[in-house]
Ligand binder design. Structure first.
Ligand code: GAR
Length: 220
């Protein structure tokens, strides 16, 4: 039997994306195993999710390290000790150093709750609402040296409604995050992703043919 792709998942908070990955693995929809979850926050609800599902997890608190480099070096050591093949940042609110990126070249994925390159960084839904966009969404990309700048693997689009606030928009986006992150990881597990500069090509059958979506609808 083929070995399952070994994931190391980095989290900081609630971990609903982590939960979706766990659920998809348990349901047999994702050919991967979570070898280790690392949280930089001892109070993260993600850790409870790991206990509930017997997923190994540890806390590595960045405040215990004198520099970003020391913190990242420790993360690298832990991930390597679990033979991690793909690093999955799931709401991990730390910026990675060059040495971390070099340790896992094109083997680190991140998810961001906007249609990159729009609205990188923090307070993402507020940025989108303040700007007045009609659509937002989420992006899974390979991590590179910038903030939310790496090659894009998959995006999902959600409409922004007049009555939205940050919470409502974030919840609508999260529903899509939970679908696309596992999909991106599954493609990686199937060796279907080919990075060519900024572009990530998906090998094999792509399916679907959506030409356009309008918001508000044109028919009104
Ligand atoms: C998600 O919306 C994720 O896209 C975002 O944090 C949230 C974590 O939710 N990540 C970033 O903003 C990173 N730039 P979760 O803990 O419930 O998965």
């Amino acid at each position: 039997m083929k070995n399952k792709l070994k994931l190391g998942v980095l989290v900081s908070g609630g971990g609903s994306n982590l939960q979706a990955i766990i659920d998809n693995i348990e349901a047999g929809r994702l050919d991967a195993q979570i070898s280790i979850v690392i949280s930089n926050n001892a109070d993260a609800f993600s850790l409870q999710r790991c206990r509930n599902h017997n997923v190994p997890a540890i806390v590595v608190d960045h405040r215990d390290y004198t520099s970003r480099n020391d913190f990242d070096r420790h993360l690298i050591d832990v991930l390597r000790s679990y033979d991690v093949e793909l690093v999955v940042m799931a709401g991990f609110m730390r910026i990675l150093t060059k040495s971390f990126l070099a340790a896992f070249p094109m083997r680190i994925m991140n998810i961001h709750p906007a249609l990159l390159p729009a609205f990188p960084g923090l307070h993402v839904q507020k940025q989108a609402l303040d700007y007045g966009v009609r659509f937002s969404g989420c992006t899974v990309h390979f991590a590179d040296g910038g903030v939310d700048t790496g090659p894009i693997i998959i995006q999902a689009v959600v409409p922004v409604f007049d009555e939205d606030n940050e919470e409502r928009l974030a919840a609508r986006i999260l529903q899509e995050e939970h679908k696309i992150y596992s999909r991106a990881i599954q493609w990686y597990a199937e060796n279907r992703l080919e990075v060519q500069g900024r572009k990530v090509l998906l090998k094999g059958n792509r399916g679907g043919d959506i030409r356009a979506q309008h918001n508000p609808p044109l028919s009104e």
